[in-house]
Design a protein around this ligand. Structure first.
Ligand code: ADP
Ligand code: TYD
Length: 210
């Protein structure tokens, strides 16, 4: 794998999409070839799966079905987009990756971290993020921002207890890991962007030194 794989993680409304767009702009201005992918989705098949998963009509969807659909969308994205781009030496910026499933399905839906990890393993193969940016925010603030931005999807319409498990789950799963940079999401968009940018520059220096 010759490229650089960077992932944005955090609860709904933490600012992932905002930050990934700013990062892409910064990297492109500095001459790097980079692409953004999103989960669920990012491929023709994945976008169809996304429509099913996030449709608020499907209240009956079982947690296991949900886990498998996210894993299927991810497997397709890796084989069709992320894997080839990394092999070509590109920078891939992904809005969410497998830690979203570990937190939302493993902890939020109570399916267990080991089950979710095992289900996702064949689709992920060798591809591991070089850096994960975890934007930490309270569930109340995140959902408030989402309500102001758009109509809530099936996951966002979940109870505040579910979203509380998600934000606590993120803190548990991503704390203390050397591949994760935790950022306080209550800071301004510009301050967060600068912190991410500085860390990405360090990762880029290390990658190109190797
Ligand atoms: P996510 O992709 O994590 O769900 P978004 O980037 O879509 O989050 O942001 C959700 C909303 O919150 C948007 O309206 C965005 O402009 C706003 N927002 C993002 N970051 C911040 C921030 N640091 N402070 C205040 N509002 C923010
Ligand atoms: P996202 O596209 O980040 O939402 P938005 O478009 O509102 O910014 O993610 C869609 C939802 O899917 C979000 O509530 C988190 C959830 N999700 C999981 O539950 N498991 C997963 O593996 C992924 C990737 C997302």
């Amino acid at each position: 794998m010759r490229g650089l794989f960077l992932v944005m993680e955090g609860p709904d409304g933490s600012g992932k999409t905002t930050q990934i767009n700013l990062l892409k702009e910064y990297l492109s201005q500095n001459g790097y070839e980079c692409m953004i992918t999103r989960e669920p989705g990012g491929t023709e098949i994945g976008e169809k799966i996304r429509k099913i998963i996030l449709n608020p009509q499907y209240k009956e969807m079982s947690p296991v079905t949900e886990m498998l659909l996210y894993a299927a969308s991810r497997a397709q994205l890796i084989s069709e987009v992320i894997g080839p781009a990394l092999e070509e030496g590109k920078i891939v910026l992904s809005d969410r990756f497998v830690d979203s499933s570990i937190v939302y399905q493993g902890i939020g839906r109570n399916l267990g971290i080991s089950t979710v990890t095992a289900v996702n393993a064949p689709g992920i193969g060798i591809y591991r993020p070089d850096g994960i940016f975890f934007i930490d925010i309270s569930e109340e603030e995140g959902i408030k921002r989402k309500k102001e931005q758009k109509k809530l999807d099936r996951m966002e319409q979940e109870s505040i207890d579910f979203h509380h498990m998600v934000s606590e789950g993120y803190r548990k799963v991503l704390s203390g890991r050397s591949d994760v940079m935790k950022i306080d999401g209550s800071q301004s968009i510009e301050v967060i962007h600068k912190k991410i940018r500085n860390q990405v520059n360090v990762l880029l220096e290390n990658r190109w030194k190797k």
